[in-house]
Design a protein around this ligand. Structure first.
Ligand code: C2O
Ligand code: CU
Ligand code: CU
Length: 505
């Protein structure tokens, strides 16, 4: 099925929004001038906290309900924006979705119903699970249909997320509002602030443009993809977070399509980095800035004083592109994201533990294969995504080293489904989320990273996992490839061609 057909389907199914913005097609926004929102926001809106759900235990299985459907959200005062959202059927659908929470060792099941007019999928980003439940482009959920994957949680505590992954349509669906968090907990969680929405607060960072009618303007791409001029945090415009404790833990997700955030506080205060995409760091690390590309997560703990006003900001970062293209991609923007507004009397918080996790590094003494992946244009190793082609076959339970080289004059990142990896050696030149367990890594133009990956024991020769650039437009344009995991003895005979789910139901 061609991209053209997908775009038409998308337009037809999106009748709730004025057509004005959609007809303009893809305006060129490669070189828009840098923007600054510093000093323009009063942080008047309380930060929205996505509802937390632990589902219902049915027959020993923690069961969640999730419905994807149209919704309406007031972001800007007096304006209602047509959005899409996930709901758990208890709280009304607004924008984004509930935070799901489960424990290591549990069986979980999610009953996903598609109430949209378009086909969608739900991908559990960062989750180690069988490929047929991964929710990638091979598991489409048709309008009106239900999909109920079930798996067991076998990985350390982490802040994961879920989002649609339909072939060629991911950016549009995520931009309309489909994304949510999936928290995993572990019996051996370190003693970090842990009261959801109080001293343990999710921050989903997204950028959007609004048209004159207050609707999302989702047209136009920089070379990196969709870049907006208005920041929403958990779908809140102009937000502040009331802080009632001396320390607050922020779980930050870059939920944007293309924007790369270089985060720092306006007063340049230090904070502790405690976790990255797929788990805690061995020990907290004091830093003053951090870089997050789309889909990456970071957990930080910030100290505040009574009456404090601390502004989290995104500041320029060199994307290693020609200056006008960097401007267009937002690389020279100054954006105020959120004000931490501390009470005048604060409740005490415990000191940060000296050690956070004992999670081992991948065993690189026994590497089953070393592979190289070259990112260029919108292709990986010179080929665009093909749903029927298996690009790589790996052995279950083995460790491999993947060297990813960005040979292109634009930034990309690299995400692998179903696994966590570590970067060898962690790049010294970078503010820190390159440490610890990761599932997504940023590669500026010309950069190379070697990833040590432990593959899961789930085998399935016919259902692939994806690896791809997580700049959503690049991904939609085909910067993606597929791997299967099979018994090590069956690598040579595993199929390299599989049916396309869109043709075979
Ligand atoms: Cu966040 Cu292929 O996904
Ligand atoms: Cu993923
Ligand atoms: Cu890319």
């Amino acid at each position: 099925m061609s991209t053209r057909v997908h775009r038409r389907t998308l337009l037809a199914g999106f009748a709730a929004v004025p057509v004005i913005g959609l007809l303009g097609c893809d305006q060129d926004r490669t070189t828009a001038a840098p923007i600054s929102t510093v000093g323009t926001l009063d942080f008047g809106n309380p930060l929205v906290i996505p509802p937390l759900t632990t589902g219902t235990v049915i027959g020993g299985v923690r069961t969640f309900a999730l419905r994807a459907g149209p919704s309406a959200t007031e972001f800007l005062p007096g304006r209602t924006t047509a959005t899409w959202a996930y709901s758990d059927g208890r709280s009304p659908a607004r924008y984004l979705g509930p935070t799901l929470r489960a424990q290591r060792g549990e069986q979980v099941r999610v009953i996903v119903r598609n109430d949209l007019a378009d086909s969608t999928t739900v991908h559990w980003h960062g989750m180690h699970l069988p490929a047929r439940y991964d929710g990638g482009p091979h598991q489409p959920i048709k309008p009106g249909a239900t999909w109920s994957p079930q798996w067991s949680i076998e990985q350390p505590a982490a802040t994961l997320w879920y989002h649609p992954h339909p072939h060629g349509q991911t950016e549009g669906q995520v931009n309309r509002g489909l994304a949510g968090l999936f928290y995993l907990e572990d019996g051996s969680d370190p003693d970090l602030p842990h009261r959801y929405g109080v001293d343990d607060v999710p921050l989903i960072l997204q950028d959007r443009r609004f048209d004159a009618a207050g609707q999302f303007d989702l047209n136009g791409h920089a070379v990196t993809g969709y870049v907006g001029d208005t920041i929403l945090v958990n779908g809140t415009y102009n937000p502040h977070l009331r802080v009632t404790t001396r320390r607050v833990r922020l779980r930050i997700l870059n939920g944007s399509s293309a924007r790369i955030y270089h985060l720092a506080f306006a007063d340049n205060r230090a904070f502790a980095l405690t976790g990255t995409d797929a788990g805690h760091l061995p020990a907290p690390r004091r830093i003053r800035d951090l870089l997050l590309s789309p889909a990456e997560r970071a957990e930080i703990v910030v100290d505040v004083t009574a009456g404090d006003r601390a502004v989290l900001r995104s500041i320029p970062w060199n994307l290693n592109m020609a200056a006008p293209l960097t401007d267009g991609a937002g690389g020279n923007d100054h954006l105020d994201l959120l004000q931490l507004r501390a009470d005048h009397r604060l409740n005490p918080s415990r000191a940060l533990p000296a050690s956070l996790t004992s999670a081992a590094s991948p065993d690189t003494t026994n590497v089953a294969a070393e592979r190289t992946f070259v990112l260029d244009g919108r292709q990986i190793n010179g080929r665009p995504m093909d749903m029927t082609r298996i690009d790589t076959v790996v052995g279950a339970g083995t460790c491999e080293l993947w060297t990813v080289h960005n040979a292109h004059n634009q930034p990309h990142n690299f995400h692998i489904h179903g696994v966590s990896f570590q970067i060898l050696p962690p790049p010294a030149s970078r503010p820190d989320p390159t440490l610890g367990w990761k599932d997504t890594v940023l590669l500026a133009a010309g950069e190379t990273a070697t990833l040590a990956i432990g593959f899961p024991s789930y085998t399935d020769a016919r259902n692939p996992y994806m690896y791809h650039c997580h700049l959503l437009w690049h991904e939609d344009e085909g910067m993606m490839a597929q791997f299967t995991v099979v018994e090590p003895g069956q690598i040579a005979t595993a199929p390299r061609v599989i049916p396309d789910p869109h043709q075979h139901g």
